[in-house]
Design a protein around this ligand. Structure first.
Ligand code: SF4
Length: 313
């Protein structure tokens, strides 16, 4: 099931961490030599993380009763003005950890009963994480979940083929203007749409274990933003038209909270209304996107953000 590392078309002495010398891991393709300076994501060559602990606030098929084994990595390739994890996405909070320590963390989470290893915003550290996944695989008996903002390069995702069992990407915007305004990434849809197609290609149809935990598949998250329901509906239309029916799950999120710098954008500086969410949900159902999760509006609470206190690192 797992493919070997390095990929067969690379030189035998290929060290994945060489990719940090001229970094093109994400669509920013900023070519930073991260041994000399940080890239746009705010990261150098060392793995940094802010928390590794059981996490109970993912979708039921990810967290289950026992929790996912969530590792929150520092830094991010997106710049969302409403980021709920901004202390870590801006790289302000985080601790450098070695590859050896990351391997131990994965095994400790498994020992604690985690249903999976939930890699949260890991792309900027992939060259360091892939060898750890390769090494730990004989000892790890739970799925690897790749939890990301969807702003990924297909070429980078291909390095993950065979290592990731479940993809958990966001699909945030259809509109380039909105992606630019709210996440600083006008090419978001171009990359994220190709990325989710690649993820679905790798994982194929969702597979659950006897406890209802997703052990293989792609679960696409879309958070409806206030005042943006038309963009959400266009995005859902694209999914219905272009993604294989039954080939993925959809989680339609309503818990938007105007964190961080959302106050700079009056259109999204409020909570979502039931009317807005209902309209988007109706559209999803009309389009046949009925496999997945919807949320109660009352679930918009700040408890979804765990403390980034370096627990478990
Ligand atoms: S991962 Fe970071 S350093 Fe690499 S291309 Fe993206 S923003 Fe630049």
């Amino acid at each position: 099931m797992h493919s070997p590392l390095p990929p067969s078309d690379t030189a035998p002495n290929f060290d994945p961490c060489d990719l940090y010398r001229d970094c093109t891991l994400c669509p920013r393709m900023c070519h930073a030599n991260r041994y000399v300076r940080t890239g746009i994501c705010g990261c150098g060559p060392e793995i940094r993380a802010a928390r590794a602990a059981l996490h109970f606030w993912e979708e039921p098929c990810i967290s289950g009763q026992d929790g996912s084994g969530a590792v929150f990595f520092s830094g991010c390739t997106l710049k969302c003005c409403y980021c709920q994890n901004y202390p870590i996405s801006r790289g302000e909070v985080g601790k450098a950890i070695s590859q050896e320590r990351l391997e131990e963390i994965f095994l400790e989470l498994q020992d604690q009963g985690a249903r999976n290893i939930d890699l949260i915003t890991a792309t900027q550290f992939l060259p360091s994480i892939l060898p750890v996944l390769e090494k730990v695989r004989p000892k790890l008996h739970i799925p690897i979940v790749y939890n990301c903002g969807g702003y990924e390069r297909v070429e980078t995702l291909r390095m993950l083929e065979g290592y990731v069992d479940v993809y958990l990407p966001d699909l945030k915007y259809f509109s380039s203007d909105k992606a630019k305004k709210y996440s600083g990434a006008p090419d978001y849809f171009q990359h994220a749409s190709a990325a989710v197609e690649e993820m679905i290609r790798q994982t194929e149809k969702p597979v659950f274990d006897e406890n209802g935990i997703l052990v293989r598949g792609t679960l696409i998250r879309h958070m409806v933003l206030p005042g943006q329901k038309e963009d959400s509906i266009r995005l859902l239309g694209w999914m219905a038209e272009n993604l294989p029916k039954g080939g993925f799950l959809l989680s339609l999120l309503s818990q938007y909270t105007p964190f961080f710098k959302a106050a700079e954008h009056p259109q999204i500086n409020r909570r979502l209304t039931s009317y807005e969410y209902g309209k988007v949900l109706d559209a999803a159902l009309e389009l046949g996107l009925d496999t997945g999760y919807m949320q109660e509006r009352s679930s918009a609470r700040e408890e979804y953000t765990p403390p980034f206190d370096l627990e478990g690192l």
